[in-house]
Write a protein that binds this ligand. Structure first.
Ligand SMILES: Nc1ncnc2c1ncn2[C@@H]1O[C@H](COP(=O)(O)OP(=O)(O)OP(=O)(O)O)[C@@H](O)[C@H]1O
Ligand SMILES: [Mg+2]
Length: 437
């Protein structure tokens, strides 16, 4: 790597830093009895940031696990004076080290309304892209942060997205400041719990639902292993599908404290729900100002994402895999360190997000076009052949019709083959005129 071959926008200071790091990396590996099989280094820029990439020859290192695990990346970052270290292992193993300062994330980013069905938008990342996860890979989430750091707003953003995704909710809100606006919402399968015993009851209700679903699974001839399989089979047989359920527990430490701690009834129930819920589409999110080892211990394994807002203790942030959260400024509510995506500005929930219309599942621009076309050209009739004639693949057309039917946007008419018709509910959402009227 010579300065002459680099893009001119790379500063001399960054180049010298890169050279130092390239030399130091070898030492850091040897010191840990790891093979420093680096085959090359290069610098690149992206979004006004400068990176150094170090390529490792993975054929020389034996077991990869040590080279790519999170703890090791954390250690490398510490040894490099806190510079962020990322891993790119799409082709071989590459360590990518950020040399320039992180760009500033906006202080407030509104919750996007066009997240695809079944996916969850968490916030905006340093590269200004949205962090979006699926419930299947992120069944349970832990949220941590001091008072005023943004936990409640974040929990609201999750609940809103769940509602828009046709999920059902079980909410626990001891100080009654987080979910006030969701009271009496039809997506709730029980009233919001405001006392620790009521919270325990809600968790037990979720576990009972696991039991009920386990029985339903057993009765299916094809023996489904997870909710997606169950629902696919149910649809094929014209049976009712099962909605995903989101359980949210705010002020977890206080609630657990009142119910005998992690080993008490609630702690045990949470651990049970953690390992049983996933398969049955029952997810939980729990938030607290502090997590002790005892509290997080039993559910740790089940948590696929930790979102850590500003906290006081560096040790606690570290324990949750969110190093550096103790350095988030007090004036930055909503800014968080996550264990999977690093620094994220979580989405801000505008009061308008609570209006009934926005709480409905969203209609994408493309869907809107198809629906208007159906009104204009097919008298509100939709079928697989119609959609395919408009350029939709057959498989996608079938899935779309199923999703729309579940949402009550289209209805089958048994008298007229198997076509579906746009419902007045959908027309209301779209403010279109029904073709019959
Ligand atoms: N994502 C965000 N973006 C910008 N500002 C935010 C965001 N989330 C929260 N805030 C601001 O920070 C304030 C406090 O947030 P919030 O009530 O969510 O904190 P909290 O962590 O739940 O605190 P507590 O532990 O006291 O309940 C909010 O009133 C809001 O103005
Ligand atoms: Mg709160």
């Amino acid at each position: 790597m010579t300065l002459a071959t680099l893009p001119s926008s790379i500063r001399r200071r960054e180049f010298l830093k890169a050279q130092q790091i390239a030399e130091k990396l070898g030492e850091l590996f040897t010191h840990r009895n790891m093979v420093p099989a680096f085959t090359g280094f290069y610098m690149f820029q992206s979004l006004n940031m400068t990176f150094l990439a170090a390529i490792l020859d993975s054929t020389q290192i034996g077991d990869h696990e040590r080279y790519i695990n999170k703890q090791f990346l954390h250690e490398l970052s510490t040894d490099l004076a806190g510079l962020p270290v990322y891993l790119s292992n799409s082709t071989g193993i590459r360590y990518v080290i950020l040399l320039s300062p992180l760009p500033r994330l906006p202080k407030k980013v509104g919750l996007p309304l066009d997240t695809p069905h079944g996916r969850l938008a968490i916030g905006m990342r340093f590269n200004m892209e949205s962090v979006v996860v699926g419930w299947e890979t992120t069944p349970h989430i832990a949220v941590l942060g001091s008072t005023g750091s943004g936990k409640s707003f974040f929990l609201q953003s999750l609940a809103i997205q769940a509602i828009r995704d046709d999920m059902k909710l079980l909410l626990c809100d001891m100080d009654q400041t987080t979910f006030g606006r969701f009271e009496h919402h039809p997506a709730l399968i029980a009233p919001i719990a405001t006392t620790p015993p009521a919270a325990l009851e809600r968790i037990e209700k979720a576990i009972a639902e696991c039991d009920r679903r386990a029985e339903l699974f057993k009765r299916m001839p094809e023996l489904p292993q997870k909710i997606e399989e169950y629902n696919a089979i149910a649809k094929r047989h014209g049976m009712e599908t099962l909605p995903h359920i989101l359980v949210i527990l705010d002020e977890t430490s206080a609630v657990l404290g009142a119910m005998g701690g992690a080993k008490g009834s609630l702690g045990q129930a949470l651990a049970t729900l953690g390992w049983r819920g996933r398969k049955f589409g029952i997810h939980f999110v729990f938030a607290a100002q502090e997590f002790t080892k005892e509290i997080i211990g039993p559910v740790r394994e089940q948590v696929a994402l930790t979102v850590c807002f500003r906290v006081r203790s560096a040790q606690m942030a570290e324990r949750m895999g969110c190093r550096g959260a103790e350095r988030i400024a007090e004036g930055r509510p909503g800014l968080a360190i996550t264990d999977r995506f690093g620094l994220v500005q979580t989405y801000f929930v505008e009061p308008s997000a609570f209006q009934p219309k926005t709480l409905l599942p969203s209609v994408s621009e493309q869907e809107r076009q198809w629906f208007s076309r159906a009104v204009d050209e097919t008298k509100g009739r939709l079928s697989i052949p119609i959609l395919t004639s408009w350029g939709v693949r057959e498989r996608a057309a079938r899935d779309l019709l199923d999703t729309w039917e579940q949402r009550g946007w289209v209805l089958r008419d048994p008298k007229q083959d198997n076509a579906r018709y746009l419902t007045s509910k959908l027309m209301g959402i779209l403010s279109l005129k029904h073709p019959d009227t």
